[in-house]
Design a protein around this ligand. Structure first.
Ligand code: ATP
Ligand code: MG
Length: 199
């Protein structure tokens, strides 16, 4: 029988450690003999590159509705071109951000969560979604030097509130990210290994 792939996403506020831990998780899984790959949103595809260049431009923000549609578009492209093919080969795919980032960021900007879910209906649901929880006050300190709209404490608070809704309804598994990198990495690996035992 063909091995089934597993799709995991890592979510969190800006500088919460998503890239650090998505990459460490892939290394840790590989060390244990799993075939794991790292991927990220916006994707490295054509649409993802367009999004990085034109939509994430801090100075010329586009309306949140346009942002949400572009992220959803890139997500479908990402799923079709990178995620699904890897899953079909039986790999573990670890995505640095996924649909919860759209829900949290564009939701925090005032868009209706149901509409964001609706435009993301074609995006493959992850098997496991982890939320690295770091207090907004801490991330604001970590990114103090970056001049971005997202860095504002109030913004980070609103984004965290939306993420926490999904922690509360069980769609995101929280990990306390306000500890050393080794402690956070150990917890994330434990959550994932526990999940892999059950699938
Ligand atoms: N547990 C931690 N304790 C202290 N610093 C950390 C911790 N985890 C990550 N960092 C530091 O915070 C910074 C941001 O980490 P990283 O790039 O992994 O976050 P991110 O969530 O991917 O950020 P972004 O949203 O900008 O992509 C890095 O300098 C990293 O070394
Ligand atoms: Mg990152």
């Amino acid at each position: 029988m063909k091995k089934r792939g597993v799709f995991i996403c890592i979510e969190g506020l800006d500088t919460s450690g998503k890239t650090t831990h998505a990459r460490r998780l892939v290394r840790n899984l590989r060390k244990r003999g799993f075939d794991a790959i790292y991927t990220t949103e916006p994707s490295r595809g054509k649409i993802g590159r367009f999004v990085r260049k034109h939509i994430l431009q801090r100075k010329k923000r586009v309306p949140s509705v346009v942002e949400a549609l572009f992220f959803a578009l890139d997500r479908v492209d990402h799923v079709e071109k990178r995620i699904k093919p890897a899953l079909e080969e039986g790999k573990i795919v670890v995505s640095d951000r996924y649909v919860y980032s759209s829900l949290a960021y564009q939701g925090a900007a005032g868009l209706d969560l149901k509409w964001i879910e609706e435009i993301n209906r074609l995006a493959l649901p992850p098997n496991l979604a982890i939320y690295i929880d770091v207090p907004p006050e801490v991330v604001v300190e970590r990114i103090k030097r970056k001049k971005s709209v997202m860095e504002r404490l109030e913004t980070q608070r609103r984004v965290r509130e939306v993420y926490m809704k999904f922690v509360e309804n069980g769609r995101l598994v929280p990990v306390n990210g306000n500890r050393t990198k080794d402690e956070v990495a150990k917890d994330i690996l434990a959550v994932v290994l526990d999940f892999l035992k059950k699938v």
